[in-house]
Design a binder for this molecule. Structure first.
Ligand code: GLA
Length: 417
């Protein structure tokens, strides 16, 4: 399951970066990336999501140091050379390099009163494409948290690890993300997807075993950066849409517009998150929205949450076709109502949706670039890739990349032979 090629590079890279002899003292670790079957942009709206961890992920070779220095080297960013920092130099929101994801976790642990008593040397290498929506950031955060937990004898439960990594991303890196990515990377189970309640963090695992269907991830090779994309803006718009919903219960002029559903209006003040509203309740309050943008944002979140519930049920009953249809609807909603897709994602998802051997296809993750996820009949995988590659090249001039994904396990310490 692990990428042997990467594992074999870590020792020599460690010796080169930090001196001969060091590699023998290093311990080796892995943390996965994640895919998301359905449930996009609702992990910060109190919804349910359906992600899985991947066999692709991030690897590290690490040893403790006698002082407070932290040294990093990444085989994915060799041009950066060895980056030196210190436990006394953690500056939230100022750090814009990949090391911020690791330092952010140390910072978040510090906020919980967990102080490291010495620094570390770390070599990192991953097989997740950067900025492609497969959570290379969460994978690195979870890796850092897991490494620290193991090296410093601070075992963190999966949930705590996920929450701490989310805090790193929000407070240190500056992306106001939800919990999905960090949770999926921290708590994955091989062969399974998870139905995660993003409020209670209750999580149920559902086997993803459809021998004839492959899970294919297609990279637009258009990078996204959640720090500069409209991610935080979407989050803000959802908060404003929730305010409209809640005001329906208080402001008489709004309540009047929803007069046909007095029982819904009565409950409006109680909604804590957009996804507390059911699609049926939402239909009764649509007329309370003056701003069409906020209406569309709310409609996406509320209906997407409904789709996740249906998808979880479909998976449980082995109805993979139904899951595929829900994925197609999710794409349309992300494109038209939430407006986080882009031309490249639409070409890939919509071309795939037309193919007879594709059950469903949609953009995945934050959007504005990155990857699509498709359910494809295994006997037509080559045909699928050929068709998408040609259409995409013709319409964009860009080459897309394919990954046949399989759901992997959570973070792990690796035993080296
Ligand atoms: C990014 C965020 C997640 C989630 C997705 C969209 O991956 O990190 O928390 O909001 O976007 O579903």
């Amino acid at each position: 399951m692990y990428n042997q090629e990467i594992i074999e590079k870590l020792g020599p890279a460690f010796a080169e970066a930090f001196g001969e002899g060091g590699a023998a003292e290093a311990a080796y670790y892995f943390a996965p990336g994640r895919a998301n079957l359905i449930g996009e942009h609702i992990d910060y709206n109190g919804g349910h999501v359906l992600p899985c961890s991947l066999t692709m992920g991030t690897y590290a070779a690490v040893r403790k140091r006698p002082d407070r220095v932290i040294r990093f080297f990444s085989l994915n960013f060799p041009g950066d050379g060895v980056v030196c920092s210190s436990l006394d130099d953690l500056r939230p929101l100022e750090d814009h390099s990949w090391t911020a994801y690791i330092k952010g976790v140390i910072w978040a642990l510090g906020n919980r009163g967990i102080e490291l008593d010495c620094g570390m040397d770390m070599v990192i290498c991953g097989d997740l494409p950067d900025g492609a929506g497969l959570s290379s950031s969460a994978s690195l955060e979870v890796l850092a948290g897991f490494v620290i937990g193991d090296l410093f004898d601070l075992p963190l439960a999966e949930r705590e690890l996920a929450v701490c990594c989310q805090e790193a991303e929000r407070g240190y890196v500056g992306v106001d993300c939800g919990i999905m990515d960090q949770f999926a990377c921290a708590a994955g189970r091989e062969g399974c997807a998870m139905v995660l309640d993003t409020v209670s963090l209750d999580c149920r695992y559902v086997p993803l075993d459809f021998p004839e269907i492959g899970l294919v991830i297609t990279n637009t090779n258009r990078k996204h950066d959640l720090r500069t994309s409209a991610y935080n803006e979407r989050r803000q718009q959802c908060a404003e849409a929730l305010e409209v919903v809640r005001r329906c219960g208080e402001a008489p002029e709004l309540a009047e517009r929803c007069a046909e559903a007095p029982e819904v209006v009565r409950r409006c003040g109680e909604f804590q998150a957009l996804c507390d509203v059911t699609p049926a309740e939402f239909a009764a309050m649509e007329s309370a929205f003056d701003d069409p943008v906020l209406l569309r944002r709310a409609r996406h979140a509320i209906r997407e949450n409904g789709r996740v519930r249906q998808a979880a049920e479909a998976l449980k009953n082995g109805q993979i076709e139904a899951l595929g249809k829900l994925m197609n609807e999710s794409h349309r909603s992300l494109k038209e109502d939430f407006e986080v897709s882009c031309r490249e994602l639409d070409i890939l998802a919509e071309t795939a949706q037309e193919l007879p051997y594709v059950l469903g296809s949609r953009m995945m993750g934050g959007g504005f670039g990155g990857c699509t996820i498709s359910l494809v009949r295994k006997d037509a995988l080559d045909e699928f890739k050929k068709t998408l590659r040609e259409v995409y090249r013709e319409q964009t001039g860009i080459e897309c990349t394919f990954y046949e994904a399989s759901p992997g396990g959570g973070p792990a310490k690796l035993t080296m032979r």
